[in-house]
Design a protein around this ligand. Structure first.
Ligand code: M6R
Length: 612
């Protein structure tokens, strides 16, 4: 997730770009850069100073040419190519005529780069983005104008993009386009803007327009013109923006939590992008050979909090699909229990921040015993990513809310892709079954969107139980970590007592706590284990508990056991946490709301825990 901004027709473009980049830093800050249209060609500045990148860019721009009317800017969240100045945007073609910024992932960049290199292009970065600049250069050489060259290039590209392109010889023109990655255009008298997000240009533009998938826009000082990939004229949808800056930063939502919940479909799409080449699952950044992966005879996952729950989901998937034995441990426990791991073990640390001290020290412990150590992190170049032998990135974008939502789903997707890769290498699933499961995974973003759309129905259920003080979450198989995650979300933002249990374990003790006034929330999204769960629910109902089921749409049997139902779309049972957890996030969010609590500021908690 990167941030992009552009302006044409201003009296002084640079301050507009720099202020916009500061407001877009939440989308990434590994590096930053600008390119300005000047009378002498394109002027470019780029820096890579981590969290200080935009500040460093401001300093570097002290040597910028006098006021210019237009330019583009970028703040980077590295996916392909490590953070570093040579990988910072804008990228240029061989001649330096074209400068380009990009948010997204070009899936077929390997094959395009090979073709371009064979035709003599010289690459100066290891990003997926640079291929676009060189391919546009070729079309310009063939005589196309910038708009036509961008269109021709995008017709060859697979993946996600929001791009903005300038050319020294076409001043006061920016060509922008979008597929999947967000892009908006803003207009004001004599100036036109583009940005990834409204806050970047909130107080600059008077009107805002949303660019849709596969729309190309030509921005000039007098406005914009939109076409589709075939060149046919299209319209952009106007966005009514009556927000102040704080509301705009939350995308119009009332909290970062709900905003980030709505970013989950895109977080999943981004994490899936570019991972399947000709049927093979590939992780570019995972520096472990296929042979090493084949030889693994035990996997240990270590993590804390929500990341621990995603690790538990991964255990079910890896064991079921790849038939390797998996242990999951709370990182702070693993570290001090003299764990049995050696050079045949694969130890995976799961952490959105990559900075949680318990998980870092657990990985150090595993490494000191000779294990192969992998970090699953949402932050490029985090401490864990640097210290591990290999890394697997989730691509959820920066998560601001203390309560993890989109990074949780992105972790499950990344880990389940890894489980499928292990199965592929070990031959434990047939190619057709792997293809089927990959198809199912790619359907998940739409199912998450459907679940998010049932928000009002969740609020109605919450209203029935909003004064409850004791909640038990029950599940079997992956429904169990889902139950744990549901209980954790509730604890974090509503401060009520909530516990997650494997449903079969209830009668071994906790059943004593069930009485009228207690609410039991049960995951009934695994068809094979449904009857067992029904039996557990009969036990709690007969003791007076109120039962809320998370169940598949059209499951007629559920009405007999549940007082209320949170309906979710059906999917493969090992993928069901990706949908069920969304319903539980909604449940926790609405309960917090009903109790007048600020979900973005849970008491006593920090986003990243760097003390033991
Ligand atoms: O950054 P990490 O994934 O390592 O963080 C682990 C936990 O601290 C984190 O998941 C915590 O439980 C969240 N607040 C859950 O919403």
């Amino acid at each position: 997730m990167c941030g992009i901004i552009g302006v044409v027709g201003s009296t002084d473009a640079l301050p507009i770009l720099l202020e916009g980049l500061e407001r877009l830093e939440y989308r990434g800050y590994d590096s930053a850069g600008v390119a300005l249209h000047t009378a002498d060609g394109t002027w470019r500045a780029r820096t890579a100073s981590g969290t200080e990148s935009v500040t460093a860019l401001v300093a570097q721009c002290a040597s910028a040419p006098p006021k210019t009317a237009s330019g583009i800017g970028h703040t980077r969240w590295a996916t392909h190519g490590a953070p570093g100045e040579h990988n910072a945007h804008p990228h240029v073609d061989c001649s330096g005529d074209v400068a380009l910024i990009h948010n997204g992932i070009i899936e077929n960049h390997h094959e395009l780069a090979a073709q371009l290199t064979a035709r003599g292009h010289v690459f100066t970065s290891v990003t997926d983005t640079e291929v676009l600049a060189h391919r546009i250069e070729e079309f310009l050489r063939d005589g196309l104008d910038l708009e036509a060259a961008v269109r021709a290039t995008l017709n060859e590209v697979r993946g996600a993009f929001a791009i903005a392109v300038i050319r020294a010889s076409e001043p006061d023109v920016i060509v922008a386009a979008r597929r999947v990655s967000p892009l908006i255009i803003g207009t004001a008298e004599g100036q036109t803007f583009l940005a990834s997000d409204v806050p970047a240009i909130l107080d600059r533009a008077d009107r805002f327009f949303v660019v849709d998938d596969d729309q190309i826009c030509v921005l000039t000082p007098s406005g914009y013109r939109a076409t589709d990939l075939s060149g046919a004229p299209t319209e952009l949808t106007e966005l009514v923006v009556d927000w102040d800056l704080e509301a705009a930063q939350k995308g119009g939502y009332d909290s970062f939590m709900i905003k980030e919940m709505h970013e989950q479909p895109d977080a999943i799409r981004a994490t899936l992008l570019d991972r399947v080449h000709q049927g093979n699952i590939v992780f570019d950044e995972l520096r472990i050979t296929d042979e090493q992966l084949r030889q693994v005879d035990k996997v240990t996952l270590v993590a804390c909090g929500s990341s621990y729950h995603t690790a538990m989901v991964a255990k079910y998937a890896i064991e079921q699909w790849a038939r390797v034995s998996v242990e999951v441990d709370i990182a702070s426990e693993f570290r001090y229990r003299n764990p049995v791991v050696d050079s045949t073990s694969l130890v995976i640390g799961v952490s959105q921040s990559g900075e949680t001290i318990d998980t870092i020290t657990a990985l150090r412990e595993a490494k000191s015993r000779g294990a192969m150590v992998v970090a699953v992190s949402n932050i490029v170049d985090s401490s864990m990513a640097r210290e591990a032998d290999a890394v697997l990135y989730t691509r959820a974008g920066l998560e601001i809310c203390v309560v993890a939502t989109k990074t949780v789903l992105a972790q499950i997707v990344a880990l389940e892709m890894l489980a499928l890769r292990l199965a592929q290498l070990r031959g434990t699933l047939s190619p057709s079954r792997i293809e089927e499961l990959l198809g199912r995974l790619h359907e998940i973003p739409v199912l998450v969107e459907k679940t998010l759309a049932s928000d009002d129905a969740v609020a109605v259920v919450v209203d029935q139980v909003k004064d409850t003080h004791d909640f038990f979450f029950l599940g079997r198989n992956v429904g169990y970590p889902t139950a744990l995650e549901g209980a954790l979300k509730l604890k974090e933002i509503t401060y009520v007592h909530a516990e997650g249990y494997p449903a079969g374990e209830l009668k071994h003790g906790p059943l004593a706590l069930i009485e009228p006034g207690v609410v039991v929330i049960a995951m009934i999204t695994n068809d094979e284990l449904k009857e067992k769960l029904f039996a557990n629910l009969a036990e709690v109902k007969s003791r007076g508990a109120t039962v809320i089921a998370v169940a598949h749409e059209n499951d007629a049997d559920v009405a007999a056991v549940a007082d209320f139902v949170l309906w979710v779309p059906a999917t493969e049972s090992l993928l069901s946490p990706l949908v069920d957890m969304v319903a539980l996030q909604q449940f926790a969010y609405h309960l917090a709301h009903a109790r007048g609590l600020n979900v973005d500021r849970p008491r006593n908690l920090a986003k990243t825990v760097t003390v033991e």
